[in-house]
Design a protein around this ligand. Structure first.
Ligand code: ADP
Ligand code: MG
Ligand code: MG
Length: 209
């Protein structure tokens, strides 16, 4: 398909919540190695709250803004305001529509990522969620430019997110709690980059159905 519908976007956020819930203990294990062992609980609480509001929205912008605000207000950890900003800025970039073309979706992703990077004062290579999100969005764009449909583009994005996540393992963290460990943060996969990979796994699954 060439468009992403409101229903598919709602299915995306619902699937994200399920994958986070299924991997809650794993995310917490990753965060216990280089953080404070709450990333699984933080994300499970936030994404479950998002799911309770999905039926309220009749437009893409309302859906994404509400989801973002819910994450900001329920997650508590650093990751909540960052994921919240990603979704709120995406919503602010789409307008009151009920579907998005691949190009419009890409524009929203870029607005969201820019907002997250500005809020986190971070850059690529700091060993954060940005290290999974950035290559995912780049791969999405590259696939569309190659003539892929939106579903195929999300599958490329999910693969690139996973590669970006894996590449965080050897890095020394420069942002967030993991940065307090300095060199000792190397050798561990970043929890936020891992949950960001689930965001794209969920998207590929939701759009494929
Ligand atoms: P907290 O560190 O407050 O306990 P979480 O454990 O929920 O919050 O989230 C930790 C994740 O947040 C990290 O693995 C990292 O990916 C991400 N993160 C932390 N600080 C930043 C930042 N400044 N910019 C982007 N992502 C960040
Ligand atoms: Mg934590
Ligand atoms: Mg915490």
């Amino acid at each position: 398909a060439t468009e992403v519908t409101l229903d598919q976007l709602a299915a995306w956020l619902r699937r994200f919540a399920e994958i986070v819930e299924q991997n809650k203990a794993y995310l917490t294990d990753l965060d216990s190695a280089i953080g404070d062992a709450d990333h699984g609980a933080n994300m499970a609480r936030g994404t479950a709250a998002v799911v309770t509001h999905l039926d309220e929205a009749n437009t893409v912008d309302a859906l994404l803004k509400k989801a973002g605000m819910t994450l900001v207000s329920t997650v508590g950890g650093t990751s909540g305001p960052l994921y919240g900003t990603l979704l709120m800025k995406m919503g602010m970039a789409t307008g009151a529509v009920t579907e998005l073309s691949g190009e419009e979706f890409s524009k929203a992703f870029h607005a969201g990522l820019e907002g997250l990077i500005a809020r986190g004062k971070t850059e690529l290579g700091d060993k954060t969620m940005v290290d999974a999100l950035t290559p995912a969005i780049e791969a999405f764009d590259a696939a569309l430019a190659d003539g892929a449909d939106v579903h195929a583009a999300t599958e490329s994005a999910a693969k690139a997110a996973a590669a970006g996540r894996d590449a965080t393992t050897p890095l020394v963290a420069r942002k967030g709690r993991a940065s307090y460990l300095g060199e000792r943060s190397a050798g561990h996969m970043d929890p936020g980059a891992t949950s960001s990979t689930y965001l794209f796994d969920a998207l590929a699954e939701a759009i494929g159905t």
